[in-house]
Design a protein. Structure first.
Length: 292
């Protein structure tokens, strides 16, 4: 699932390639992906892309005042196409293609564009056409961006203070902090040497400062690694840069202990017992419930 670093990189990628082009057409194949109907997608036709920005995990293409906002969700992806002029017309079907955005030709006569695809059967990819990105409920509800200057240690302290939830769940709650998902919350907690089950409000001021440092450093490093990569190479880069997420059974790069996995909410999390939980494996509560 693309999280802040990958969406940031896609934002830069599109800013370099799409800005200055005019939208020729937006073909919607996966109708469930389109979440708005007024203005219609056809209203984007003829408008110039004037800017691309990111809100949490949302991509926002400013088409001269009208915004195409994209949320790739769990299995969605963006594929840049250097030339769509010979592409077959899109037909609703079983394939992963959900939306195709066709752009005006460049000086070489190539008509670039991009496609939004979604693998699997759970269709969560979401596309919105709005006059203001804040009209998208998920954007309006976003917490502070961890890479923004406003995200200070004091701000994090304010977020955590009095919050009785487990730190793992809190970090990936978009309303609390924008842009962190299942993968980078595992990475942040490993970098902070903190148990994912720790209660947010129980952190000492020193631990809050460590966690802040881990959040900012982990995300900055990932953004830097992804910088300048083509959209198609981002997934592999994300995977190779992760130290604990999806690495259960492998040795921890820091201490050599075996990375473990435990169920959490609707999925699972990975962590290093030596680095994060005083060497003790966390109890898998879903398993113990089943055994009762
Ligand atoms: Zn370790």
């Amino acid at each position: 699932m693309p999280e802040l670093p990958e969406v940031e990189s896609l934002t830069e990628f599109l800013r370099d390639r799409a800005v200055g082009h005019t939208v020729v057409g937006v073909d919607v194949v996966g109708f469930q992906a389109l979440k708005t109907f007024d203005p219609p997608v056809s209203a984007l036709g003829g408008l110039e892309i004037t800017g691309v920005s990111r809100h949490g995990k949302f991509l926002d293409l400013d088409c001269d005042g009208l915004h195409l906002v994209i949320h790739l969700a769990r299995a969605g992806w963006l594929r840049w196409k250097e030339d769509l002029s010979g592409a077959k017309p899109v037909r609703p079907g079983k394939g992963p293609l959900a939306v195709r955005v066709r752009l005006s030709p460049n000086e070489l006569g190539l008509a670039p564009g991009f496609e939004l695809t979604e693998a699997g059967t759970q269709k969560r990819l979401a596309v919105y056409v709005v006059k203001d990105p804040a009209e998208v409920p998920g954007v309006a509800a976003l917490g502070p961006d961890p890479l923004a200057p406003e995200f200070t240690v004091a701000k994090l302290q304010e977020i955590l203070g009095g919050n009785r939830t487990q730190i793992k769940g809190l970090l990936r709650d978009q309303k609390v902090i924008a842009g962190i998902g299942n993968a980078y919350s595992d990475e942040v907690l490993h970098a902070a040497k903190m148990s994912p089950f720790k209660i947010a409000a129980s952190l000492t001021p020193e631990q809050v400062a460590d966690l802040h440092e881990a959040i900012v450093t982990t995300l900055r490093d990932a953004v830097e690694r992804a910088h300048g990569l083509a959209a198609k190479d981002l997934k592999a880069e994300k995977k190779s840069g992760l130290r604990v997420h999806n690495r259960a059974g492998q040795p921890c790069d820091v201490c050599g202990d075996t990375i473990r996995e435990v169920s959490f909410a609707d999925s699972s999390l990975q962590y290093c017992p030596t680095c994060q939980t005083g060497g003790k494996p966390l109890a898998d509560r879903r398993m113990s419930k089943l055994l009762k």
